[in-house]
Design a protein around this ligand. Structure first.
Ligand SMILES: Nc1ncnc2c1ncn2[C@@H]1O[C@H](COP(=O)(O)OP(=O)(O)O)[C@@H](O)[C@H]1O
Ligand SMILES: N[C@@H](CC(=O)OP(=O)(O)O)C(=O)O
Length: 448
């Protein structure tokens, strides 16, 4: 039995929906199907999730939002028309949107998550209804129906442990095909909370893990994962197989094709993930598993929007408890950090810059006051480039290749860090150099 997830590009219009139903209906083992909201049909198109976010803004700032409701419903209406659906769901969808707006107009976070969930929710209902009309027994089940319980963290929910058992029990005896909307769950009170953007991958992984699926098939618009972002590097090499660990590092730093938080459930249950292409379903795609033959560097990824807080203090290495007190300050202010490169008398905290919003001045003041540092500065617009590969452990000169390539392109290197697992190497550079650095590193590892 397989759990399959189809991303926004795979369910963007009637033509794509017909393709996914062919894929599902022609394979009896493809039983549990997670769908995203309709994504972009072409480069300049807008994802339904983004239209819903615009609707939230219009409602919040008391602007006229009827036009947006029409635009959102028009996307689904067009799909219904092209599929020749007999029983239209559009008026049910309209009522649902208006109900949420009335119910949550004074609760911005609840409003945001309830409206954002509609893209996936409506699409799942529509696809299930169409497949039934085609004579294939199909059930739509919402995250609430299956017991996908999440933390009460709007737009950033995390699955609660109890969900796995609930989902297993609730889905074990479902008949026919089951279509479930991705991207959201409900908290213990039944309120909708979405995962972070791209979170339908997480829903699929939770369900695959709950049901001990043979494989979690994640269908998108590319034939698997490439060694670098294809929007930056021209025709990068394809990856046939990689490990959960390698994928975690790559998706953490910019491989948007698979959400990094989706890896934990499948890793724990050791369920292979197969990234496949809806437009070329016979292509084997990329398989993510626990182990593979280790061969050098497997990929290069880069993400922007980091900041670095740099501290210097004479004899820092002798001061017992310095790092503990620094981390306590971060904990007290509810700030998480990503990396902590250090020297004898200096230490840097690398974090996602959005963590500093509204907290920067207070954080610097606390560090200055409580740690009595000699120098304190903050650098923004930092990008983190990751070079990843199990085989790096045994290779000499991996860092050298990247630094030489950066030097040749005049890219200023701010820091280098390697974790103890030795499956990745991190390079801190300036945001503006991110794309050039990916091209340089890709050429260094894959074309020479
Ligand atoms: N290393 C990579 N390998 C493959 N695709 C990548 C990579 N990095 C970024 N991408 C982008 O990820 C896209 C697929 O992810 P996404 O847009 O989230 O798909 P979906 O709509 O199916 O959820 C691809 O079209 C590609 O542009
Ligand atoms: N629709 C949501 C969730 C999602 O996973 O979408 P996609 O499969 O298109 O990345 C988003 O846009 O964030």
């Amino acid at each position: 039995m397989k759990v399959c997830k189809f991303g926004g590009s795979s369910v963007a219009d009637a033509k794509q929906i017909k393709k996914i139903l062919n894929i599902i209906n022609n394979d009896a083992t493809r039983k549990y199907i997670v769908v995203s909201a309709p994504g972009k049909r072409h480069n300049k198109d807008v994802k339904v999730t983004d239209l819903l976010i615009a609707l939230v803004e219009a409602v919040t700032y008391k602007k006229d939002y009827q036009e947006l409701i029409s635009q959102i419903l028009e996307r689904f209406l067009q799909i219904e028309r092209e599929l020749n659906i007999r029983h239209s769901l559009i008026e049910t969808f309209r009522t649902q949107l208006n109900d949420y707006i009335m119910r949550y107009q004074d609760q911005p976070e609840r409003l945001t998550d309830a409206l954002k969930s509609c893209g996936e929710d409506f699409n799942a209902q529509l696809i299930a209804s169409y497949n039934n009309e085609q004579g294939i027994m199909t059930t739509y089940l919402s995250p609430g129906d299956i017991g996908l319980i999440v933390s009460d963290e709007p737009s950033n929910a995390i699955v609660l442990e109890e969900s796995y058992e609930k989902i297993k029990n609730n889905l074990a005896h479902a008949e026919g095909k089951v279509i479930i909307p991705g991207f959201f769950g409900v908290n213990k009170n039944g309120d909708i909370n979405t995962f972070s953007r791209g979170g339908s991958d997480i829903t699929g992984a939770i369900i695959a893990s709950s049901l001990s699926s043979d494989v979690y098939e994640n269908f998108t618009d590319v034939s698997g994962i490439f060694s670098a972002n294809p929007n930056i590097v021209d025709h990068p090499a394809s990856i046939i197989q990689l490990t959960y660990e390698e994928m975690r590092e790559l998706s953490y730093a910019g491989f948007s094709v698979f959400h990094d938080e989706a890896l934990l459930p499948v890793y724990r249950s050791q369920i292979p993930v197969n990234i496949k292409n809806t437009n070329d379903p016979d292509h084997p795609g990329t398989l993510i598993t626990n182990t593979r033959q280790s061969t050098g560097v497997v990929g290069v990824s880069c993400d922007t929007g980091f900041a670095s807080i740099n501290m210097k203090k004479y004899l820092m290495n002798r001061e017992i408890g310095f790092t503990r007190r620094l981390l306590s300050i971060l904990e007290d202010m509810n700030i998480s950090y990503e990396h902590m490169p250090s020297g004898i008398d200096d230490i840097s905290i690398i974090l996602r810059a959005h963590q500093l919003e509204g907290k920067e001045a207070k954080l610097l003041e606390k560090i200055e006051h409580e740690l009595k540092v000699d120098a304190l500065s903050i650098e923004k617009n930092i990008a983190i480039l990751m070079v990843v590969g199990l085989g790096m452990k045994t290779l000499v000169g991996t860092a050298n290749k990247a630094t030489e390539a950066f030097k040749a392109r005049n890219i200023n290197l701010k820091m280098i860090n390697q974790g103890s697992s030795e499956i990745s190497m991190m390079f801190g550079i300036e945001d503006k150099d991110a794309d050039q650095a990916v091209i340089a590193a890709y050429e260094a590892y894959f074309t020479h």
